[in-house]
Write a protein that binds this ligand. Structure first.
Ligand code: ADP
Ligand code: ADP
Length: 226
């Protein structure tokens, strides 16, 4: 659980126009913030900057009050569930979740404890020996979430994690994400195109447009205007 502060955050790619203009936002510890906005408005860029995967062109980013602009992704303690983070196809579900911890040099018993705990939360225990190709879409998505959880991050970033799933699975996984948030009490930033997801999951919704925050508010503030 962590607090995230963005102060006058800016991003430009090369010498092109600014993609993120001057973004100020404070996200409280344990808060579930959903980011919405039209395609190309800068949502992925924003998440990638927070994750440390994209250089920040201007302004500052703070986690629990500490300046993190220059910290590597792993130093930031952030867990990512991005569509682009495909599972490792040749590794079992267990290994997919354990791998990053192994690279980071965690002891095997600590890794086993974390993987089994996470598998319990996500109902992956019976699937630990399977390969990704033998899983359903929803199960794969659960493994991707599990891979982020085992790292015990301070902050979770989700970039349209459910958009590749069919409608009924999306509803089920949406409820699972909501209960996960309740259970872990984690701080979550979640990008989606789906208004129902935004309304049901968010404590606060941030509407981005052309690299600016157009609106911020609770789902009721934003959508419940008769
Ligand atoms: P969204 O996630 O809201 O669709 P993006 O953050 O992907 O928006 O993109 C915002 C803008 O930045 C778009 O105009 C896009 O073309 C541009 N952009 C994204 N990534 C790059 C990049 N690596 N190099 C140059 N321009 C980029
Ligand atoms: P480094 O410290 O060298 O950046 P990490 O320990 O952060 O390495 O990452 C190790 C491996 O785990 C990499 O292959 C990376 O792609 C993957 N990875 C990193 N972060 C995540 C994440 N949140 N979810 C899934 N995979 C991740």
């Amino acid at each position: 659980m962590a607090q995230l502060t963005l102060k006058n955050l800016q991003k430009r790619y090369g010498n092109k126009a600014e993609v993120i203009k001057s973004l100020d936002l404070q996200i409280n510890s344990g808060e579930f913030v959903v980011v919405v906005g039209p395609s190309g408005c800068g949502k992925s860029t924003l998440l990638r900057m927070i994750a440390g995967l994209e250089e920040i062109s201007g302004g500052g980013m703070y986690i629990d009050g500490s300046y993190v602009n220059d910290d590597s992704p792993s130093e930031r303690g952030i867990g990512m569930v991005f569509q682009s983070y495909a599972l490792y196809p040749h590794m079992s579900v267990y290994k997919n979740m354990a791998f990053a911890l192994e690279l980071a040099g965690h002891p095997a018993d600590d890794i086993a404890r974390r993987v089994h705990e996470t598998a319990g939360i996500l109902q992956l225990e019976p699937l630990l020996e399977r390969r990704p190709k033998d899983l359903s879409g929803g199960q794969r998505q659960r493994v991707a979430i599990g891979r982020a959880i085992v790292r015990e991050p301070r902050l979770f970033l989700f970039d349209e994690p459910l958009s590749n799933l069919d409608a009924s699975l999306r509803v089920q996984m949406r409820m699972e994400v909501a209960s996960l948030h309740k259970r872990l009490g984690s701080t979550i930033i979640y990008v989606t195109h789906d208004q129902v997801e935004a309304m049901t999951l968010a404590d606060r919704i941030v509407v981005l447009n052309r690299g600016n925050i157009e609106q911020v508010g609770t789902p009721l503030d934003l959508y419940d205007h008769p």
